[in-house]
Design a protein around this ligand. Structure first.
Ligand code: ATP
Length: 237
């Protein structure tokens, strides 16, 4: 079943047609990735789902509801949550305070939030070790972990990630992708936008390739990893 379904999505910046009428589906419980080169329109697609840029055309259905015209804060409250860029953690607050802030849209009690912070710490033990440190003192990889943890604190039903691997060492990327796999195995649906095509296709059950604002290929992650066109354009074969 599709948790999110996008039809005919288009976004323009003035005369620049960044996204040119794309269709895709995110199956509940799966990891779907949208891969493509710099400037292909990936970030714009994510922002359109979250309601952060104006759509020129198209419809976004989330869990059977048309969210095409819903304001961003209500989209988040409905469970569609985008991970902020790692560098966007609040550097003058501690790790724990950043996580607490992630829960600000929730109405449930302190006990539930505290349980969820413990869960984030079990997913990212390095954050537990640094709970009382200022976020600004964390490494790039740890800040990315914190950004993911903070998004989890909003209790998402669908988590959107915009290039979580960007600027990180390969070993840190492995670590983060392994945790994304765990989070997905716990039942959360993920939509991962990546330029790190190889790692993203390995992780995702379903994948779409975006070029110049259009989806040009789609299939399972494994199919696209083995596709000669993907190998030639993105994997350096
Ligand atoms: P990147 O990995 O570099 O973020 P991307 O695939 O996410 O690339 P987008 O950032 O969505 O691509 O950009 C798609 C196109 O829209 C590009 O041609 C880009 O130059 C253009 N664009 C993005 N943001 C704006 C903006 N605010 N104003 C004008 N043009 C923009």
């Amino acid at each position: 079943m599709s948790l999110l379904s996008v039809r005919g999505l288009a976004v323009n910046y003035g005369h620049v047609e960044a996204v040119r009428g794309i269709d895709f589906d995110l199956a509940a419980g799966e990891i779907t990735t949208l891969v493509g080169a710099n400037g292909a329109g990936k970030s714009t697609t994510l922002m359109a789902l979250s309601g952060l840029v104006k759509k020129a055309a198209g419809q976004v259905m989330f869990d059977g509801q048309d969210i095409s015209a819903i304001p961003p804060h209500r989209i988040v409250a409905g469970g569609l949550v985008q991970v902020a860029e790692g560098r966007a953690t609040l550097t003058t607050l501690t790790v724990r305070e950043n996580l607490e802030l992630g829960a600000y849209t929730r109405r449930d009690g302190a006990a539930a939030r505290s349980r969820d912070i413990d869960h984030v710490f079990s997913l990212f033990p390095r954050l537990a070790e640094r709970a009382a440190q200022l976020a600004g003192s964390l490494s790039g990889g740890e800040q990315q972990m914190l950004a993911i943890g903070r998004a989890l604190m909003a209790k998402p039903r669908l988590l959107l990630l915009d290039e979580p691997s960007m600027g990180l060492a390969p070993i840190v990327v492995q670590d983060i992708f392994r945790t994304l796999k765990t989070i997905n195995a716990e039942g959360l649906t993920l939509f991962l936008v990546e330029q790190n095509v190889k790692q993203a296709l390995k992780l995702a059950q379903r994948a779409y390739v975006l070029e110049n604002g259009r989806i040009v290929l789609q299939g399972s992650g494994a199919e696209l990893l083995g596709d000669p066109r993907v190998q030639a354009a993105y994997l350096g074969h």
